[in-house]
Design a protein around this ligand. Structure first.
Ligand code: XMP
Length: 182
């Protein structure tokens, strides 16, 4: 697994330091608000666990399972794996996602929440933002790190469901991408 990583972008200690800063900001912004955090699975499960343990607010947590990727390319179409969403009427929703790439995933989720949920506000928080020309005009409100346009894995991010348990974020070698390609 480690041999498939071309280079480490962020070690765990660096990620956790950045999460301290993000959590501080989120805690201050939502101090007097009814907050529901909606995390987008599977990629954000480690990010969610580490970030939210640093946010000492009485928040609620929901998770949505969606898929948009096939291999290293976005399919451009978001599939929601569940039909119902938590009741967030009148609450402030913070979406958590692992990475903002084309932006299609975040846009689809924000649109669904905006039309179906009755939330008081909807904002988003991503651990990584890829420097690409996005297919849709969308940005996140909280961003952990800006990264180059390379395929990254680890700390929850996968390639064909592998590498999620790496404790750091690294760029996957081209040969590993080819080897796993279906
Ligand atoms: P979009 O393109 O909709 O993508 O913004 C968001 C989802 O795509 C996955 N994604 C990646 N997964 N390494 C990964 O392991 C990457 O470099 C990468 N880029 C996008 C991810 O699941 C994200 O939520």
């Amino acid at each position: 697994m480690v041999a498939d990583i071309a280079r480490v972008l962020y070690h765990e200690s660096t990620i956790l330091s950045r999460l301290d800063e993000m959590a501080h900001q989120i805690t201050s912004d939502y101090a007097d608000k009814e907050l529901t955090v909606v995390s987008i699975l599977n990629g954000s499960f480690i990010f969610m666990a580490d970030l939210l343990r640093r946010v000492p607010l009485p928040l609620q947590i929901d998770s949505w399972s969606v898929s948009s990727y096939h291999g290293t390319k976005s399919r451009g179409q978001i599939q929601f794996r569940q039909q119902t969403i938590a009741d967030v009427r009148g609450r402030h929703v913070l979406l958590l996602d692992d990475i903002l790439d084309s932006g299609l995933t975040l846009r689809a989720i924000q649109e669904r929440l905006a039309t179906e949920s009755g939330a008081a506000s909807i904002r988003s928080c991503v651990l990584l933002r890829k420097s690409v020309t996005r297919e849709t005009a969308i940005d996140a409100d909280y961003i952990g790190f800006d990264i180059p346009n390379e395929f990254v894995v680890g700390y929850g991010l996968d390639y064909n469901e592998q590498y999620r348990n790496l404790p750091y974020i690294g760029v996957l070698k081209e040969e590993a991408i080819r080897r796993h390609a279906r």
